[in-house]
Design a protein. Structure first.
Length: 387
């Protein structure tokens, strides 16, 4: 594995483990900052490998591949949360500067550890319990009410690893294969929100406005920034919680806190943490003075953070899900003619039905109209509308 080529002038190399779309979207701001990215990619045609010249192929759980990769980097960060603890420990022992530090990252890797820690900090969470078998699940459900939400503590994404359980017998296939599971009360939320913060190793921290995330069939399809009609005091409390979590856990880089808005005081509970740029922050590329991707680079390099202010009153981001048609380029003529203000971000990923293959963003003053424009573009790319 040859090391990445540095730009002359003392510019560092930032290594990203994982070659997904998050690593890919770090490349444009890296170009502007003259920072060299290096990506440890799953394959040659991984989303980031297509745009980052130095993208050696290697698995995130292959200890020797990851160590060799990290040797050529000044700092190392992550595209996802799945790098195993023993690999992270070995990197620390090698003296690699990891952001976020594994002591913080563990709360994004393990939902049970996250619930324990946030509860100890007094951050509002759904009622929860670790459950090792059907009897413990039954006892929990009888206490908080059925159905309950059952989660695998590790490895879930896009709703995989989350189940609604009305009767403990439905979970029989999970017990036995899994370590202890996380049971949560089913929160009767009014909507889903997210707080995005960034924190640097020096302790500087900032937050973007709270956003609303809209899910369809367990997948985020739309993000409204800022969250419409959110009470100012509640927004402040949510941002305070995000900044407090980042500070107390020692998070470095960007972190998203997914929230459920609830009618009762304190008005929200935390769903989960992600310690990396996050889907709820994609709107910041076009809609904020500093995007989450630039901010992540600044933060992991311990540079002063950029201004997270929105550029316009509203931004709406629509996730583009794959449809049946793999030919996407031909959609541009129609979409760009129809809406010159539309910002397109496709990830270079193979099209599979339901897979997140890109997003679109529109920014402006008229929220209902922005939502219609983003929805139309996402639907057209998916092939579910034809004009
Ligand atoms: P993932 O790690 O796969 O994103 P999440 O923990 O975010 O999983 O859960 C996925 C979705 O399931 C959430 O966006 C929410 O709609 C629903 N969900 C998760 N936990 C709860 C809960 N305690 N109560 C109600 N709905 C929940």
């Amino acid at each position: 594995m040859l090391p990445a080529q540095r730009a002359p002038g003392g510019f560092p190399v930032v290594g990203i483990i994982g070659g997904g779309q998050l690593a890919r979207m770090c490349q444009p701001p890296a170009v502007g900052l003259a920072v060299t990215l290096s990506v440890l990619a799953e394959s040659q045609d991984a989303s980031a490998a297509l745009v980052v010249p130095h993208s050696p192929v290697g698995a995130h759980d292959d200890l020797e591949a990851v160590r060799e990769f990290a040797r050529g980097c000044d700092v190392v960060t992550f595209d996802h949360e799945h790098v195993p603890a023993h690999v992270l420990s070995a990197l620390l022992a090698d003296g690699v500067r990891l952001h976020p530090h594994p002591d913080a990252l563990r709360y994004a890797q393990d939902k049970l550890a996250m619930r324990e820690r946030l509860t100890a900090m007094g951050i509002p969470c759904p009622r929860w319990a670790p459950v090792a078998d059907e009897a413990e699940l039954r006892a929990f459900g009888d206490e908080v009410g059925w159905p309950v939400i059952l989660k695998t503590p590790r490895g879930g994404y896009d709703g995989k690893g989350v189940r609604v359980i009305a009767d403990p017998a439905e979970a029989a296939d999970w017990f036995g294969h899994q370590e202890t599971l996380l049971a949560e009360e089913r929160v009767d939320f009014t909507r889903e929100l997210a707080v995005l913060v960034a924190r640097s190793p020096s302790g500087q921290a900032c937050a973007w406005p709270v956003v609303q995330t809209v899910q369809t069939d367990g997948i985020c399809t739309e993000v409204l920034a800022p969250a419409p009609e959110l009470d100012d005091d509640l927004a402040t409390a949510m941002i305070d919680a995000g900044l407090r979590i980042a500070g107390e856990l020692g998070v470095t880089g960007v972190m998203a806190v997914e929230l459920f808005a609830v009618g009762d005081t304190p008005g929200f509970v935390v769903n989960e943490l992600a310690m990396r740029p996050h889907n709820s922050g994609h709107w910041t590329i076009d809609g904020a003075v500093t995007s989450q991707f630039e901010q992540h680079l600044r933060a992991v390099l311990d540079l002063p953070l950029g201004d997270p202010s929105p550029r316009t009153r509203w931004s709406v981001m629509g996730n583009v899900l794959g449809g049946d048609d793999e030919e996407l380029y031909s959609t541009y003529r129609h979409l760009f003619a129809r809406d010159p203000g539309l910002k397109m971000h496709l990830y270079g990923k193979g099209v599979r039905p339901g897979r997140k293959i890109g997003h679109v963003t529109v920014c402006g003053d008229d929220l209902p109209q922005l939502r219609e424009r983003a929805e139309h573009a996402a639907d057209f790319l998916r092939g579910v509308v034809r004009e």
